[in-house]
Design a protein around this ligand. Structure first.
Ligand code: ZN
Length: 170
């Protein structure tokens, strides 16, 4: 007995006879069945992902402030995961100058560029591309804050001594 075409024709006739009554009934049904309404939307989105994508694109084009908020939220997420990556990287390496087995929290561990030419410090590099970030990390030696300071002081003293022995002193 179920004939979708016949039902559609009946619905159309009912709508033609009294559109406002049909609209009111639909509104009431939708208000009473929010879960079913959501399911219909989900089914439609699953059935037509390309329409869904186009709609979302059009929406973001029409709402620059939403687009900016979305980009900002995305960037924030990337930064959180990169900071976590750097913390894990430092923890895995540990301080190169401390006795083996010494464990420091990642906040105490620092990235020492040594004499490698440096594009920028690691907190700036977190904003660079992933490839640049990884390449920059590879230039560094992980050191605890004390050993980082000591190596830096030694390098400065070494430079000073070199300057003093190359003739420009009295
Ligand atoms: Zn150390």
């Amino acid at each position: 007995m179920r004939d979708p075409d016949a039902k559609r024709a009946r619905d159309r006739a009912r709508y033609a006879a009294d559109p406002e009554a049909v609209k009111a009934r639909v509104r009431a049904w939708r208000a009473a069945n929010p879960e079913a309404v959501r399911a219909i939307g989900r089914r439609a989105r699953l059935a037509h992902p390309e329409i869904e994508r186009a709609k979302r694109r059009a929406y973001l084009l029409a709402h620059p402030e939403r687009r900016r908020a979305k980009n900002k939220a995305h960037k924030r997420k990337v930064m959180v995961s990169r900071r976590q990556w750097l913390a894990d990287y430092k923890l895995a390496a540990g301080c190169a100058d401390c006795p083996p087995g010494t464990v420091w929290p990642s906040a105490v561990l620092e990235m020492d560029h040594g004499t490698e030419d440096k594009l920028g410090n690691m907190s700036q590099m977190l904003r660079a591309s992933w490839e640049v970030l990884v390449a920059e990390a590879a230039k560094c030696v992980v050191l605890c804050a004390n050993h980082h300071r000591m190596r830096t002081v030694e390098r400065k003293d070494h430079l000073k001594r070199r300057r003093n022995t190359t003739g420009n002193t009295p």
